[in-house]
Design a protein around this ligand. Structure first.
Ligand code: HEM
Ligand code: SF4
Ligand code: SF4
Length: 505
C-alpha cells in the first residue's frame, strides 16, 4: 500500500519535473532545492517583516492605520515589503508541501531518518500560527474573521476557563494588551521557535543545504518583486466589531481550514489537524521496516584518517580516542542509531581496496549486509560476460532503471548508493580486465537518496576529493550517467549503448 502511494507520488513528481527539466539545468532545478527554497522564502519574510515592524503600531486603533500607511503612502517601499512578506509566506507553504511530498515519496523518512522527518511537523504548525497571527495584526475585516474563528477554535479546548471569543464582543472588551500579545507572538515569540525548529530539523544532517544557488535566489526574488509591484497586497475594510464582515478574500495558503470551523465544528477541525499531524509523525514506522545493519569499524584496518567522518551525510561517524594501543591517535566509531547503511563511508575509506592480495577484503569501515568483499565478487562475476566492448554498469539499488537493464539482458552491479563505490573498485574493474568501460548510473545531485552520493562520486572521479581515482586510470573509460530518480528522459539502456559506441570509437 505505502509502496503504491510512493510510486504514484513519484509519477506525479515526474510529471511536474519534466517541464522544469526542460527549463533548468539539474543543478538549478528548483525541485532539487525545495528545502533550501523554503529557508530562502523565510529569509525574505524575516527581512520584509523587520521593515514592517519599524512602522507597525501594536494597538487596536493604530494597527490598521499603520498598515494602511505602509500600503498606500509608502507604497514604493512599505507596500512592496508588505507584498513581499505575504507572497514569500505563501510560497513557503507551497515549497513546504512539495518538500514533505518529495521526502515521503522518495522514502527519505524511514527508520533512523525519523528525526528530521518528525521535527518537520512542529515547523508546519509554527508557520501556520505565524501566518494566522500575521493576518490578525492587520486588524481589518479578514483579521476580525480570523480572530473570531481562531477564538472559537481555542475556546473549544476544555482547559481554558475564560472565553477568548468574549474579547471580540465589543470595542470596550478588546484590550490593547491582548492585541500586543498577538503582536509579540507574531513578531518575536514564534520566529524564535521557528529558527530553533529549523536548526533542530537539520541538526542531525551533515552539511545541510540551506541556501539555494545564487541565480535561483535572484530570479525568485525578482519574480516576487514583480508580483508585489503588479498585484500589491491590500487590506480589507477596517475591522468593526459591530458589523459582520461582508466579502472576504481568504488567503487559501494559510486559511483553508477556517471555513471548516463554520461548516463542521471546532472539535472536528481539531480532530483533523491533530489526526493528520499524528499520521505524519508516525509515518517512519508505519509499517515497521526491517533495518539493515549499521556500518562496522574494524580497528585492524582503520588508520584514523577521518574521511568517513567527512563523507557520512548523517553525522553517524565520529573520531574517538584509540582503544587498541596502536600508534594512531584516533579511530572511527559509528553510532548505530544514526547510521542509515548508505555505505558512503565505505566509498571514502582508503583501506577499502579490492587489490589486496593477502587475507580477506576487510576495510576500516564496512556494511555487514553489503560488504566491500561482496562488491569485489560482483565485479568479478559481471566481468565474465565477454561482450565487446564490455561495460560494467554500477547502479544504485533504489534506481528503478535497473529493471530496464535486467530486461535488456545487461548485467550490472548493485550498490546501496553510488557513493558506496570506492574509486579503487573502478580501477580494479578496468585494470584487471573485468571491463573495458565502467558506467556509473545514479540519481543526480539534489535527488540522491543519501544526499551526497552523486556529489562525492563526481568529485572522486574528477580527482577533486579523496579517495581519488588513480592517475593511471583512463577516465574516458568511465561514464557518469546521472538522472532524476523519476526520470524517463534518457534510459539506462540507451546510455549503455551510447557509451559502448563511444568506447568502440
Ligand atoms: C519550515 C519548514 C521546513 C524547512 C525550512 C525545511 C528545510 C530542510 C532542509 C534545509 C533540509 C536539508 C536538505 C539537505 O541538505 O539534504 C531538509 C531535509 C529534510 N526535511 Fe525539511 N524542512 C521543513 C519542513 C519539513 C517537514 C514538514 C518535513 C516532514 C514532515 C520535512 C522533512 C525533511 C526530511 C525527511 C529531510 C531529509 C532528511 C534526510 O535526508 O534524511 N521537512 N529540510
Ligand atoms: S575512512 Fe576508514 S581508515 Fe579512515 S577513519 Fe574511517 S574507517 Fe578509519
Ligand atoms: S553507512 Fe556510513 S556513511 Fe552511511 S550513515 Fe552509516 S556511517 Fe554514515
Amino acid at each position: 500500500m505505502i509502496e503504491r502511494i510512493h510510486r504514484t507520488g513519484r509519477a506525479l513528481f515526474g510529471a511536474l519535473r519534466r517541464p522544469m527539466a526542460r527549463a533548468f539545468e539539474s543543478a538549478e532545478n528548483p525541485l532539487n532545492h525545495i528545502g533550501a527554497m523554503t529557508v530562502f522564502f523565510l529569509w525574505i519574510v524575516l527581512i520584509s517583516g523587520i521593515w514592517l515592524l519599524i512602522f507597525f503600531r501594536t494597538s487596536v486603533s493604530g494597527a490598521f492605520e499603520s498598515v494602511e500607511y505602509l500600503t498606500r503612502e509608502q507604497w514604493y517601499l512599505g507596500g512592496i515589503m508588505r507584498s513581499l512578506h505575504r507572497y514569500a509566506s505563501d510560497a513557503a507553504i507551497v515549497t513546504i508541501f512539495l518538500h514533505i511530498v518529495k521526502e515521503f515519496v522518495f522514502n527519505r523518512y524511514r527508520n533512523n531518518r525519523w528525526f528530521t522527518w518528525a521535527t518537520g511537523v512542529p515547523l508546519v504548525w509554527i508557520i501556520f500560527v505565524l501566518g494566522i497571527t500575521g493576518y490578525w495584526l492587520v486588524w481589518d475585516e479578514l483579521a476580525l474573521y480570523v480572530a473570531i474563528s481562531s477564538a472559537e477554535l481555542i475556546d473549544s479546548i476544555p482547559i481554558f476557563t475564560d472565553s477568548m471569543a468574549g474579547n471580540f464582543l465589543s470595542d470596550d472588551l478588546l484590550s490593547n494588551r491582548f492585541f500586543t500579545l498577538m503582536a509579540f507572538l507574531h513578531l518575536i515569540g514564534l520566529p524564535i521557535f521557528l529558527v530553533f525548529g529549523i536548526w533542530l530539523h537539520v541538526f542531525r544532517l551533515t552539511g545541510p543545504r540551506i541556501n539555494p544557488p545564487r541565480r535561483m535566489m535572484a530570479a525568485t526574488l525578482l519574480a516576487l518583486l514583480v508580483l508585489s509591484a503588479v498585484y500589491p497586497a491590500i487590506s480589507h475594510e477596517q475591522a468593526d466589531l459591530a458589523m459582520t464582515p461582508r466579502v472576504l478574500r481568504l488567503d487559501w495558503f494559510y486559511l483553508h481550514v477556517y471555513p471548516l470551523i463554520q461548516l463542521w465544528s471546532p472539535g472536528w477541525v481539531w480532530a483533523l489537524l491533530v489526526g493528520v499531524s499524528s499520521i505524519i509523525v508516525i509515518a517512519p514506522w508505519a509499517p515497521p521496516q526491517k533495518k539493515e545493519r549499521a556500518a562496522v569499524v574494524t580497528l585492524d584496518y582503520c588508520n584514523g584518517c577521518e574521511r568517513c567522518v567527512d563523507d557520512c551525510p548523517f553525522g553517524a561517524v565520529e573520531m574517538v580516542a584509540r582503544t587498541d594501543g596502536t600508534n594512531y591517535s584516533h579511530q572511527a566509531s559509528v553510532d548505530p542509531d544514526l547510521c542509515v547503511s548508505c555505505g558512503l563511508c565505505v566509498g571514502a575509506c582508503p583501506t577499502a581496496t579490492p587489490f589486496r592480495t593477502r587475507g580477506a577484503l576487510v576495510p576500516g569501515i564496512d556494511l555487514p549486509d553489503s560488504s566491500a568483499a561482496n562488491l569485489r565478487e560482483s565485479i568479478i562475476t559481471a566481468g565474465q560476460n565477454k561482450s565487446s566492448p564490455h561495460v560494467i554498469v554500477f547502479g544504485c539499488r533504489d534506481d528503478r532503471q535497473l529493471k530496464d537493464l535486467d530486461a535488456a539482458g545487461i548485467s550490472y552491479v548493485k550498490v546501496n548508493c553510488m557513493g558506496q563505490l570506492p574509486p579503487s573498485f573502478v580501477d580494479f574493474a578496468l585494470s584487471r580486465g573485468h571491463a573495458d568501460g565502467v558506467l556509473l548510473l545514479g540519481c543526480q545531485d539534489g535527488n540522491c537518496s543519501y544526499r551526497f552520493g552523486a556529489g562525492w562520486t563526481e568529485q572522486r572521479m574528477a580527482r577533486l576529493r579523496d579517495p581519488m581515482i588513480r592517475s593511471r586510470v583512463d577516465t574516458s573509460r568511465i561514464a557518469l550517467g546521472w538522472h532524476a530518480p523519476w526520470s524517463d528522459n534518457e534510459s539506462a539502456v540507451k546510455k549503455h549503448e551510447a557509451f559502448k559506441r563511444a568506447l568502440e570509437r
